[in-house]
Each structure stands twice: as structure tokens, then as C-alpha cells.
Design a binder for this molecule. Structure first.
Ligand SMILES: Nc1ncnc2c1ncn2[C@@H]1O[C@H](COP(=O)(O)OP(=O)(O)O)[C@@H](O)[C@H]1O
Ligand SMILES: [Mg+2]
Length: 248
């Protein structure tokens, strides 16, 4: 049975992975980095994918976001089978639906904070520049950086840089956000602030959030956590939503 809320089907996953496998050449043999990953993410959910360094988290995120292609298996993002698209098609899906936050912030040093946040909307080319600026300013205000609009990222602290990156990720109004170790370059207190802000923005804007992390403090803030070890997702974590609410 389907649950319809405000005209939106909330029981259909926004993201599904089926038997996702990634194999790379390794000398004369091969290395299986991800093995038969099954995963569903429901709209609005904050999912943590937690595992040690080298367990395959970044590789998995790249496949889920359509940045990379699996050796076998499928990814369905917002009802679109990514394997049915070529690179341009996947880039179009990413631009329309997906936001990213990285461990290393990935801001452009030659642009101001405001220009960094405006850039994804300018690249989309759908809004007049005045509207783009308004939206970028509003988001930078929302993340507490109203007084840093004209700063170079080089002059900002790590926490401030990651808040600029959050504003940049949300400015395109993505349906789903992928964050790869978003606290990895921050101290514990700053990381906690950034995660709180990321989750608050996700709730406010009705987006969906997938965070990969090795940080248990981040995991504790997620609605649901799945664990990955040596490229395999822990059993019993296949069906999304069923254990929602069990975590306080
Ligand atoms: N293109 C590649 N070729 C060979 N090995 C790779 C490649 N990409 C990742 N790996 C290996 O796969 C494993 C998982 O990598 P990664 O997904 O980056 O892990 P994590 O993000 O959890 O630290 C690591 O052992 C890494 O060295
Ligand atoms: Mg990684």
C-alpha cells in the first residue's frame, strides 16, 4: 500500500541500489571493492553509511550519485536507471537532482564565498543573475555567513568553508544530497555544528541526505545507519524505512 502525503508518494525510494558491484584490475587479477550492495533510501531520510577507512564508502557514494559506473548492478535515482544514461545524461541528472558535500570542501579559491555559492546556479543557466545572487545570499545568511560574502575561502576557517559548501550544495534545491566525510577535516566541536546545520537544512528543505563517515558521532545523528566493511553492507539493512524511528 502506498502512503500519499501532500501529493507526494512517500513510500517509494528516491534512491535504490541493486546488487551493486565494483571490481577494478589489480595486477594480473582483480579486486572487488564493492560486492552486491543492496540499498534503498526514502525521500527525506538522513541515512548514514558508516565504515572504516578503505571499506568502500567513497566508491559507493560515487556510484550512488552517478559519478562513476558499477561493474554490475543498478542504481535507480528518482525513478531513473542511471545505466540507461550516457555520461551527459548522468551529468544532467546530477545537475538537476543532486548536491555534494566533500571532506575537503572543494571551494574555488579565486572566487568569493558568494561567487562559490552562485556558481552551480550560473552553470545551470536557468535563472537571471539577480535571482541567483538573492538565493545565494539567503543561503549564506542561513548558514551564518552574512558577514563573509566577499571573503575568499582562503580567509575562512574550516568550519566556515564547510558552511559555504553547504550553501553551495543546497542552492540548486537538490532532491538528494551526498556528503563524503563532511566532518573529516574539522575538529569535533566544529564537525558537530556542521552536521547539525546539514541535517537542519535537510529537514527545512525536504531533501534527502546520504552521509558516508567513519565518525560514530555523525552516525548518531542520522535517522538510519547501515554499516559497510570490506565492500559488503552489513546484513539486515536492506529495506529502508522499516527501522526508522527506532533510533532516538
Ligand atoms: N580505482 C581504484 N583502483 C584500485 N583500488 C581502488 C580504486 N578505488 C578505490 N580503491 C580501493 O578500494 C578500497 C575502498 O576505497 P574507498 O571507497 O575510497 O574507501 P573509503 O572511502 O571507505 O575509505 C580501498 O582499499 C581503495 O584503495
Ligand atoms: Mg572515502
Amino acid at each position: 500500500m502506498r502512503a500519499i502525503m501532500a501529493g507526494v508518494d512517500v513510500t517509494e525510494p528516491i534512491l535504490a541500489a541493486r546488487r551493486l558491484t565494483r571490481i577494478v584490475p589489480n595486477g594480473r587479477s582483480t579486486l572487488t571493492i564493492l560486492h552486491d550492495i543492496d540499498l534503498e533510501v526514502m525521500p527525506g531520510e538522513v541515512l548514514g553509511i558508516v565504515g572504516a577507512s578503505g571499506s568502500g564508502k567513497s566508491t559507493l557514494l560515487a556510484l550512488l550519485a552517478g559519478l562513476d559506473q558499477p561493474s554490475s548492478g543498478a542504481v535507480v535515482l528518482d525513478r531513473v536507471d542511471l545505466a540507461s544514461l550516457d555520461e551527459d545524461g548522468r551529468a544532467a541528472v546530477r545537475s538537476r537532482l543532486v548536491g555534494f558535500v566533500f571532506q575537503s570542501f572543494q571551494l574555488i579559491g579565486s572566487l568569493t564565498a558568494l561567487e562559490n555559492v552562485m556558481l552551480p546556479l550560473e552553470l545551470q543557466g536557468r535563472l537571471p543573475i539577480a535571482r541567483i545572487r538573492e538565493r545565494a545570499v539567503a543561503l549564506l545568511e542561513r548558514v551564518g555567513l552574512a558577514s563573509r560574502l566577499q571573503h575568499s575561502p582562503r580567509l575562512l576557517s574550516g568550519g566556515e568553508q564547510q558552511r559555504v559548501a553547504l550553501a553551495r550544495a543546497f542552492v540548486v534545491e537538490p532532491r538528494i544530497l551526498f556528503a563524503d566525510e563532511p566532518t573529516g577535516n574539522l575538529d569535533a566541536a566544529t564537525g558537530a555544528e556542521v552536521i547539525a546545520m546539514l541535517i537542519a537544512l535537510n529537514r527545512e528543505r525536504g531533501t534527502t541526505l546520504v552521509i558516508v563517515t567513519h565518525d560514530e558521532a555523525v552516525a548518531a545523528r542520522c535517522d538510519r545507519v547501515v554499516r559497510i566493511a570490506a565492500g559488503v553492507l552489513a546484513p539486515g539493512t536492506l529495506v529502508a524505512g522499516t527501522d526508522r524511528g527506532l533510533r532516538a
